[in-house]
Design a binder for this molecule. Structure first.
Ligand code: SF4
Ligand code: SF4
Ligand code: FES
Length: 377
C-alpha cells in the first residue's frame, strides 16, 4: 500500500514522535508503542498513521475512508480526548516537541489497536428510527417545499457524520451503557424538528423512557468534542423543550425543569429544597430527609422559616413574559438563543454585549469576578 504522503517539491518537513496504544483482543495483550516519523509539515494525524503503517508497521489497525471529515470513520483519542484523525494537523504539536498518546475511542469495545466495535453505536442510532415518517402515502405531484426558517431548527443536527466522538466522551454512557447517548439523540432531534415528520409524539415518548434524554448529566463534553459543530447536548435540550411543549412530562427530569422555571419566575431563586416535594410528592420527600440534610450541609437550602424573594425578581418575570410574547415555544426558543449567541460571538450583531448593557433602562450587568478584576486593573 502506498500512502502518497510525500513532501511536495520545495515544501518543508517536520520530525515528530507519537505513542500508540496497541491492543490485540484475541490475546488481550496491550502495549504503548513509540514511533518516530519525518513528514511534510502539512500532515494530519491520519497521514502520520498511514506513514507508520506503510513504512514501519503494517499490523497497525485503524479506520479511515474519505480523509476529508465527511465519512466519520477515523474517530480516535489523542491525549485522552476524541478527535477526527483526518482533521487533526500535527504541525504545532511537532513544533512544540509534544509526543501525543493515541488511543481508541471510549465507551465502545476495542477490537484491535484503534478500531472499536461500532455495533452498540449503530444499534442506538437504529433505535431512534433515523428516517422520515412523513405521514402521507400519496406521491406529491411537485416538490414539497420546506422553508429555510423551518430547516434552521435542525441545521446543526443535520451536520452529523456519525463519527462517535461525542459518544466516546459521554459521562452518562460511562456509568450507564444503555443510555441512548448524544449521537442517537441528536439524530432523533434531526427528525423531531423536521417540519415534514409526523411521528414527533411517538418519537418523544420513546426518548423520554428510561436511558433517554433526562439521563444526560449535562456535562457538555459532547458539544466540546464534536468535530462538526452539531452540539448534541443542545439537541437534547431541544428534545426536552419539545417534550414539555407537547405535554410529555412524566419523567422526573421534565418535572424538575418545570419546577425550576416556576421557582425562578415566582421568587427569582431556584428553590432546590422544594424540588423533591414538588416533583415526587411529600411521602418521597420524607424518605429523602437524609439527602436534604446533605443539601443543607452544602449550603443549597435557604433558611426555610424566612422565604426569600430575590430583589430583582421582576427581571426574571419580565424575561419570562418576553419569551412568552415572542411565542417561540419548545425547540424554537433554544434555536433563537443559539442564533443570538452566534451573532454575538462572531461580532455580527448590531451592538456588542457592552453596548446592550449601556442601553437606557437596560438591566444591570450581572456581577462576574473576572470583570471586576479587569475593572480594578
Ligand atoms: S452532555 Fe449529556 S449527552 Fe453530552 S456527553 Fe455529557 S452526559 Fe453525554
Ligand atoms: S454529533 Fe458530532 S461527534 Fe457525535 S457522531 Fe455526530 S458528528 Fe460525530
Ligand atoms: S477519514 Fe473520513 S472523516 Fe476522517
Amino acid at each position: 500500500m502506498s500512502t502518497n504522503v510525500a513532501p511536495a517539491p520545495g515544501s518543508s518537513t517536520i520530525e515528530l514522535a507519537l505513542k500508540i496504544w496497541r491492543y490485540d483482543a484475541e490475546t488481550g495483550e496491550k502495549e504503548l508503542r513509540r514511533y518516530e516519523v519525518e513528514a511534510p509539515d502539512w500532515v494530519t494525524l491520519l497521514d502520520v498513521l498511514d506513514m507508520i503503517k506503510d513504512q514501519q508497521d503494517g499490523t497497525l489497525a485503524y479506520r479511515k475512508s474519505c480523509r476529508m471529515m465527511i465519512c466519520g470513520s477515523c474517530g480516535m483519542r489523542m491525549d485522552g480526548a476524541a478527535v477526527l484523525a483526518c482533521k487533526t494537523r500535527m504541525y504545532d504539536i511537532a513544533k512544540a516537541g509534544h509526543e501525543p498518546v493515541i488511543s481508541p475511542m471510549g465507551n465502545l469495545p476495542v477490537l484491535k489497536d484503534l478500531v472499536v466495535d461500532m455495533n452498540p453505536f449503530w444499534g442506538k442510532i437504529r433505535s431512534v428510527k433515523p428516517w422520515l415518517e412523513p405521514g402521507y402515502d400519496e406521491i406529491a405531484e411537485k416538490e414539497r417545499i420546506v422553508s429555510q426558517q423551518q430547516m434552521n431548527v435542525i441545521h446543526k443536527e443535520a451536520l452529523c457524520i456519525m463519527c462517535g466522538c461525542c459518544v466516546s466522551e459521554c459521562n452518562s454512557m460511562e456509568s450507564d451503557p444503555e443510555f441512548l447517548g448524544p449521537a442517537a439523540l441528536a439524530k432523533g432531534m434531526r427528525f423531531v424538528g423536521d417540519a415534514r415528520d409526523q411521528a414527533d409524539v411517538e418519537r418523544l415518548n420513546r426518548y423520554n423512557e428510561e436511558h433517554g434524554i433526562w439521563d444526560c448529566t449535562r456535562c457538555y463534553f459532547c458539544n466540546e468534542r464534536c468535530p462538526k459543530g452539531v452540539d448534541p447536548r443542545d439537541a437534547i435540550a431541544k428534545l426536552g423543550a419539545e417534550s414539555i411543549r407537547l405535554g410529555i412530562d412524566r419523567d422526573m427530569g421534565a418535572k424538575h425543569a418545570k419546577w425550576f422555571v416556576r421557582s425562578a419566575e415566582t421568587t427569582g431563586w431556584l428553590r432546590e429544597e422544594e424540588l423533591i416535594p414538588k416533583t415526587q410528592g411529600y411521602v418521597a420527600a420524607i424518605k429523602q430527609l437524609k439527602f436534604g440534610a446533605s443539601l443543607a450541609r452544602h449550603g443549597k437550602v435557604r433558611p426555610i422559616p424566612f422565604p426569600h424573594t430575590a430583589r430583582d425578581v421582576d427581571e426574571a418575570r419580565t424575561l419570562r413574559k418576553v419569551v412568552q410574547e415572542q411565542d417561540r415555544p419548545g425547540a424554537l426558543g433554544i434555536v433563537q438563543g443559539e442564533r443570538a449567541l452566534e451573532r454575538l460571538s462572531h461580532g455580527h450583531a448590531n451592538e456588542s454585549l457592552d453596548e446592550i448593557y449601556e442601553r437606557p433602562g437596560a438591566a444591570p450587568r450581572p456581577w462576574l469576578p473576572e470583570v471586576e478584576e479587569e475593572a480594578k486593573a
